[in-house]
Design a protein around this ligand. Structure first.
Ligand code: HEM
Length: 208
């Protein structure tokens, strides 16, 4: 039997070798998604007081974003789980639709809250560009699946997942950047640092 080709995200490599990948995708990412829903229990004022300015100004967009973006994040490990994908293709397609709808809504909402951030224009551009790319890249990846261009669909979904994982990298980087540069500067840096390295890593994974 000829061995099945490895998909790009499963190929062994130094940067994403198995254990760091399992820790990042299966442990930290779901934990961060779950922690993001803390507002459901404690309310925004108590659990994310620094975000309160969004509530009177753009309440619907804010709540749609903080509820649905973690749904997309939570789905990433399942969509890249080779066994689930090959054994339950129907489930993969349904979870894929949920992932895409969650991104469409929370991405457009993310763009609106990016424009309204009180962290300044550099942060607004960082988050804003991420929001536009997130929706566009994911939409294109879904379109490729509809056309049954599966190899390309995978490549673009790797790019989409790298942008979704900005939700994880932001929360890992922010404490370090805040320690190094202070919270305000660290926050502006993280608006770019949470996704540009992810996007570059995805390009490398897709092209090697
Ligand atoms: C990838 C595209 C994303 C964009 C463009 C984006 C954009 C934003 C923006 C602009 C804010 C408000 C920041 C401010 O006002 O200073 C925010 C807050 C937030 N986002 Fe996202 N976000 C994205 C992904 C995610 C993901 C994947 C999650 C899942 C965990 C997430 C969860 C949250 C939460 C919970 C907040 C509230 C504040 C906090 O907990 O830090 N976002 N997002």
């Amino acid at each position: 039997m000829t061995p099945r080709p490895l998909d790009p995200i499963s190929k062994p490599n130094l940067l994403l070798s198995q254990w760091p990948r399992i820790l990042l995708i299966w442990v930290l990412t779901p934990l961060i998604a779950l922690a993001s829903w803390r507002f459901l229990i404690g309310g925004v004022e108590m659990t994310m007081p620094h975000m309160m300015h969004h509530v009177p100004a753009r309440e619907l967009a804010f709540y749609l974003h903080i509820f649905l973006a973690p749904v997309a994040l939570m789905l990433v490990p399942f969509q890249f789980w080779t066994r689930l994908r090959t054994r339950r293709p129907g489930l993969h397609r349904w979870l894929g639709r949920l992932y895409a709808v969650a991104i469409l809504i929370s991405g457009l909402a993310g763009l609106q809250i990016a424009i309204g951030t009180n962290a300044g224009p550099v942060a607004a551009w960082g988050f804003g560009l991420l929001a536009v790319l997130w929706v566009a890249v994911t939409g294109y990846a879904v379109w490729l699946a509809v056309l049954r261009r599966i190899a390309n669909h995978r490549r673009w979904m790797i790019r989409s997942a790298a942008l979704t994982l900005a939700g994880t990298t932001l929360r890992l980087e922010l404490p370090l950047l805040a320690m190094g540069f202070g919270f305000e500067t660290g926050y502006v840096i993280v608006a770019w640092a949470c996704w540009v390295p992810n996007a570059l890593l995805a390009e490398w994974l897709v092209r090697r």
